[in-house]
Design a protein around this ligand. Structure first.
Ligand code: ZN
Length: 82
């Protein structure tokens, strides 16, 4: 069984499809049961979409800063409370 810490640490691998089948399954099961991690993964997915969109455009200097700020905020908000 995955812990919340493992889920948050591996969320980007999960979203990239880098996890083997068994891990993905465990991940999905955890997300079904854990509202907290579901929110974290949702926010991370949004951040990754932002990064990819920014990467396609010519970079303006503030973009990287905004992405880092958004990522840090989502991590802070989604940190498991238990
Ligand atoms: Zn969790």
């Amino acid at each position: 069984v995955l812990t919340c810490r493992e889920v948050t640490e591996r969320a980007s691998e999960y979203l990239d499809g880098d996890l083997p089948f068994g891990r993905r399954l465990a991940f999905r099961l955890h997300l079904m049961m854990c509202r907290h991690c579901r929110r974290y993964v949702d926010q991370l997915a949004g951040t990754i979409a932002l990064v990819r969109a920014a990467g396609r455009q010519a970079t303006d200097p503030g973009t990287a800063d905004r992405i880092v700020t958004a990522l840090e905020r989502s991590r802070a908000e989604a940190r498991p409370s238990e």
